[in-house]
Design a protein around this ligand. Structure first.
Ligand SMILES: Cc1cc2nc3c(=O)[nH]c(=O)nc-3n(C[C@H](O)[C@H](O)[C@H](O)COP(=O)(O)OP(=O)(O)OC[C@H]3O[C@@H](n4cnc5c(N)ncnc54)[C@H](O)[C@@H]3O)c2cc1C
Length: 263
């Protein structure tokens, strides 16, 4: 089985800061990590390979330094890393990102399954997986919490829905996005770290793919960020004094006032 895992490098902090001038994420001086959801995608791909044999290839679109992240993914037991990097890919929105990744995947060649994380912890849109499936013309399912079985031509899995779970079967080749309930990722071992250190990452630029330059990077990004801001949560406290009866009356008055506001 040939499995491709999409791995994104994200800032290793919960406090993503935005540049107010350009409305883009400030990435300078912020440590970069593998998008946490993608570690579950990596682990699941490796488990399938361990059961059924084959190869796991990790792909990322990012800056040249993302090579190190792909090496880390090799220490997490994927077989090979492919980095899509080019100045022309910069400033991509989700549409241009998924198009560029799809073109990179076409370059890699035939595959049975693509696994993505549920979402990236910086962009947070959860759009890239499904958009890529659409570009590649393959079936997909999001929010997979368990792979029940995988055969040559189909995958049987459990999908989280708003109301619970749904069992689904998809024809391969296909794409799935996975949630953290799917597994507990293993840590690297000394042996896999040594393999990663010695590994070579394949680098693809725009000219190495069949991508149409007009559909990549800022040029290929119809989304325009008009404004970014941190929502302000106003919290105020009021102590209610008095006897239990007085407190209950005061509380009901406050609640009635609030009800009026809600109207
Ligand atoms: C107008 C605009 C300008 C932007 N400019 C920039 C910019 O200059 N620099 C910048 O870094 N970001 C920029 N972004 C953010 C960038 O578009 C998104 O981070 C990117 O498109 C991925 O979307 P997401 O983070 O929401 O991923 P999601 O859709 O939440 O990710 C889901 C899954 O898709 C896969 N995935 C997503 N992105 C990648 C990737 N790059 N490589 C491999 N797998 C991936 C992963 O498996 C991930 O778990 C910009 C966004 C907009 C709207």
């Amino acid at each position: 089985m040939r499995i491709i895992v999409c791995i994104k490098q994200v800032p290793g902090t919960n406090e993503v800061k935005m540049d107010p001038e350009t409305n883009t994420i400030i990435r300078e001086n912020v440590p970069a990590i593998i998008n946490p959801f993608d570690t579950y995608a990596i682990e699941e791909a490796v488990r399938i390979k361990e059961r059924r044999g084959g190869e796991v290839i990790g792909i990322t679109m990012g800056i040249p330094a993302a090579k190190e992240m792909l090496k880390e993914a090799i220490s997490l037991r994927i077989d090979k890393g492919v980095l899509l990097t080019d100045r022309k890919f910069a400033g991509a929105d989700t549409l241009a990102t998924s198009y560029t990744l799809s073109k990179g995947i076409e370059k890699i060649g035939e595959f049975d399954l693509i696994i993505c994380g549920k979402q990236a912890t910086d962009g947070d849109t959860a759009q890239v997986g499904s958009s890529m499936a659409r570009t590649l013309g393959i079936p997909y399912a999001t929010d997979i919490s368990k792979i029940i079985d995988i055969k040559e031509d189909k995958i049987h899995c459990l999908k989280i829905t708003d109301d619970g779970y749904e069992e689904i079967e998809i024809k391969l080749p296909a794409l799935i996005t996975v949630v953290k309930e799917i597994n507990m990722p293993r840590l690297p071992s000394i042996k896999t770290m040594k393999i990663a250190q010695k590994s070579e990452i394949e680098v693809l630029t725009l000219n190495d793919t069949d991508a149409d330059e007009k559909r990549t990077g800022l040029k290929g990004s119809p989304t325009q960020v008009r404004k970014t801001f941190v929502p302000v949560h106003e919290v105020s406290n009021e102590m209610i004094e008095g006897t239990t009866e007085e407190k209950a009356i005061k509380l009901s008055e406050i609640l009635l006032k609030l009800k009026g506001k809600v109207k």
